[in-house]
Design a protein around this ligand. Structure first.
Ligand SMILES: NC(=O)c1ccc[n+]([C@@H]2O[C@H](COP(=O)([O-])OP(=O)(O)OC[C@H]3O[C@@H](n4cnc5c(N)ncnc54)[C@H](OP(=O)(O)O)[C@@H]3O)[C@@H](O)[C@H]2O)c1
Length: 297
């Protein structure tokens, strides 16, 4: 990892990408930047692991934290900005503490979520979204004020985050399973590739929808994973507590009952019947690349 010590001379060095908030996404992004030879600097709120100590406080006019940040071609904001004023404030503070000129003006990229698209229909990057959503308000401000770009991400997975581990949290009853339509995800490696692509081929003032271009059916996934777990236990490859074993059997019963009750002939359900569906083709087409990870298991 390229280390930029807080307050050191190296902070004044120009980097290609400045990551404001090196959290989970950066565990994929930083190795890619290293492989691609892109100079970067990264921040965390506590300055751990040689990152720059930086916490954005929307109420503070203190320019000192911004002065510790290097100038960059692209400034990636990974943490949520909310409501009106925060995006403008961050951009103003950064620009006022760096020498902005005709030749040098950074491109800002904000990571957002696809939950701003709420209607039970198809959505792509140009579809109407919930403009009252506090994150969407801040993203719109970044787009308008600094011609920034926004990557609205589907559910993040990879390494420690595996969709099959989400089942227990999101499906606690048959009613909850019934309500579950589509799942949309994007692997951390593809998020990293998308950020690098946008860094190299910046699209000013553009909102993108980032997914792995699949529409997964929660009923199909729940059934598949339950069967895999039960088979693993029966073959002796897997050990799970009794209640977890019983839960898999329960999930299988719920899925089969719901299929009869709801007139679903086969799984996965038709995309038109799973509600909200995301069309993520636009970004990949624009960048001339494709996601490398699909078919979650
Ligand atoms: N989880 C999902 O499935 C999902 C889906 C779609 C979109 N998203 C969005 O995608 C983005 C990236 O997700 P992620 O999982 O990589 O996030 P993450 O792991 O929570 O990382 C966020 C980073 O921002 C830093 N940070 C937080 N508040 C800050 C502040 N006020 N000032 C400066 N830095 C701050 C954190 O610092 P520390 O490391 O010191 O805490 C951390 O490094 C987030 O905006 C998230 O909401 C997530």
């Amino acid at each position: 990892m390229q280390i930029v010590e807080p307050g050191s001379e190296s902070n004044n060095r120009h980097v290609g990408l400045l990551i404001l908030g090196a959290g989970w996404t950066s565990t994929f992004l930083i190795p890619l930047l290293t492989r691609e030879g892109i100079k970067y600097a990264a921040t965390t709120t506590d300055g751990r692991d040689g990152t720059i100590h930086f916490r954005f406080d929307p109420e503070s006019r203190d320019s000192a934290p911004f002065k510790t940040l290097p100038s960059a071609d692209t400034v990636l904001i990974t943490f949520p900005l909310r409501g009106q004023g925060q995006s403008k404030h961050l951009v103003r503070m950064y620009e006022s503490t760096h020498q902005i000129s005709e030749q040098y003006k950074p491109n800002f990229v904000q990571l957002g979520a696809t939950s701003i698209w709420t209607e039970p229909t198809w959505h792509d990057e140009n579809s109407p979204y919930d403009r009252t959503n506090v994150r969407a308000i801040a993203e719109d401000e970044l787009i308008e004020f600094s011609q920034g770009a926004v990557l609205n991400l589907a559910g993040l997975y990879g390494a420690s985050r595996q969709p099959r581990d989400w089942v227990d949290r999101v499906i606690k009853s048959k009613a909850e399973l019934k309500a579950k339509g589509a799942l949309h995800v994007i692997h951390g490696e593809d998020v990293a590739r998308a950020i690098v692509a946008l860094h190299r081929n910046f699209t000013p003032g553009k909102r993108w929808l980032l997914s792995d271009m699949h529409v997964y059916d929660w009923w199909d996934l729940a059934q598949d994973w339950a069967i895999q777990t039960l088979q693993g236990v029966k073959s002796g490859d897997l050990k799970v507590p009794v209640d977890k074993f019983q839960r898999q059997e329960e999930l299988l019963v719920w899925v089969s009952e719901l299929m009869v009750e709801e007139g679903v002939r086969a799984l996965p359900r038709d995309t038109s019947s799973v509600g909200r569906a995301l069309d993520g083709r636009g970004f990949w087409q624009k960048m001339g690349i494709l996601p490398t990870q699909g078919r979650i298991r």
